[in-house]
Ligand binder design. Structure first.
Ligand SMILES: [Fe+2]
Length: 408
């Protein structure tokens, strides 16, 4: 131990004198180690990199996550165990081990604080939207078996798995900057359909049917439509029954890059009557209000040209974005309402703590829900499906949103 650190080691020996406090400190270091890897995993999956690069990095990171504590524990078992038993002081531990523990505690503490800060239970930057939720047992209501594969049948039987329990959520969403004429405007928002072939298309058909029966003014689909090439053939039949007074609009998501040509997905959706706004700006009149509809598919495809947006004078901007990470882009560009998906609500949510896994640069902060940061209100859907056949306390969501002027 170098002389400079001697006084610090002495103080730590006094503070962590007994074996119990040393066990707690060791547990905190391990928790920080794993928490930092989870932080990395969430950010990695928010990147616009090629899927193969992300998967390769993920495998290396997964191995490192487990190997680092195992190798360190094995290599320094003797000094660590005698320190935990209170038989030796901090200065007897290898300097590299102490440095790594300090790194984990400082950085893990910082990210841990931010993680705690953005827990849904605190409602920070959340919009107080009224929600009424109706649960649909889609299999019973359609009379169809939804699992198409043995893997899916097994997954659906797992206790607490909610993959087929569709939550139809009617949301009264206050939107700052909403023109009075648009008070009561109805948007059916679908996201993350994930046609993989594991789940029968009847599940998606049910969502489209319920959304259409609600008679929305507009229908929006925010990406991750299809994962597997054979399911591209399903798109026309699934989406052509959709109806909305001002049209049905869609953008693509990262999973739509998994088919051989994402442009074919755009073509099939367009053939089904949907309007592709990916990377585009559509100027439309909604209840005689001049509006812009924007499609943001960043970072996997394109996003609208900011120069074109700033030139026009419009009364309301609505952005469909696959990722909630484009919230700040929307805020910078005067978007009033942003609809997003991608994070699947975290796929699973702990009591009180909420979501942990979320492929976002902001971790699980915007995993699902309604948020406001001036001048943009954002609704993030939990989506309807996923490639992972597991949802715990995180039902598939069909959002039926009625826009409201705040205070109306
Ligand atoms: Fe998704």
């Amino acid at each position: 131990m170098i002389d400079l650190l001697q006084p610090l080691a002495n103080r730590l020996d006094i503070f962590f004198a007994d074996p119990i406090s040393r066990c707690v400190l060791l547990a905190a270091v391990l928790l920080a180690h794993f928490g930092l890897r989870l932080t990395f995993y969430n950010r990695l999956n928010s990147m616009g990199w090629k899927r193969a690069t992300i998967k390769r990095t993920e495998k290396i990171a997964f191995a490192e996550t487990w190997l680092t504590p195992l190798v360190l524990g094995w290599a320094f078992f003797q000094p660590i165990s005698s320190w935990v038993r209170g038989e030796s002081s901090f200065e007897m531990l290898p300097l590299g081990l102490l440095a790594y523990a300090a790194f984990c505690l400082v950085l893990g503490g910082l990210f841990g604080f931010l993680w705690l800060l953005w827990r849904p239970v605190w409602r920070i930057q959340h919009v107080p939207a009224k929600r009424s939720v109706e649960l649909h047992d889609v299999s019973k209501q359609t009379g169809r078996t939804l699992a198409r594969t043995r893997k899916c049948r097994w997954a659906a039987k797992l206790p607490m798995n909610q993959i087929f329990e569709m939550a139809v959520e009617e949301i009264e969403l206050p939107v700052v900057g909403l023109p009075e004429q648009l008070d009561g405007y109805k948007i059916a928002h679908l996201s993350d359909i994930h046609l993989t072939g594991q789940v029968a298309p009847d599940f998606t058909a049910h969502a489209v049917s319920i959304a259409t029966q609600w008679s929305p003014d507009l229908m929006a689909l925010t990406g991750d439509i299809v994962d597997k090439q054979p399911c591209v053939a399903w798109l026309h039949d699934l989406f052509s029954p959709a109806r909305a007074k001002d049209g049905c609009y869609f953008v693509l998501g990262n999973h739509d890059t998994r088919v051989s040509d994402p442009d074919v997905v755009r073509d099939r959706m367009t053939d089904a009557g949907w309007i592709d706004v990916g990377g585009k700006i559509e100027t439309v009149s909604l209840r005689s209000v001049k509006c812009q509809l924007l499609g943001n598919e960043w970072p996997w495809f394109t996003r609208p040209d900011v120069a074109v947006m700033s030139e026009s004078t419009v009364n309301f901007r609505l952005c469909l974005s696959h990722s909630p990470d484009q919230f700040d882009w929307c805020r910078r560009n005067g978007v009033d309402l942003m609809l997003a998906g991608h994070t699947h609500g975290g796929q699973g949510r702990l009591p009180l703590a909420g979501p942990i896994l979320s492929p976002s640069w902001h971790g699980s902060r915007w995993a699902s829900g309604d948020f406001y940061r001036s001048p943009t209100t954002m609704h993030v859907s939990r989506g309807l499906s996923g490639v992972h056949l597991l949802r715990i306390r995180c039902r598939p969501e069909l959002s039926l949103i009625t826009l409201r002027c705040p205070g109306s």
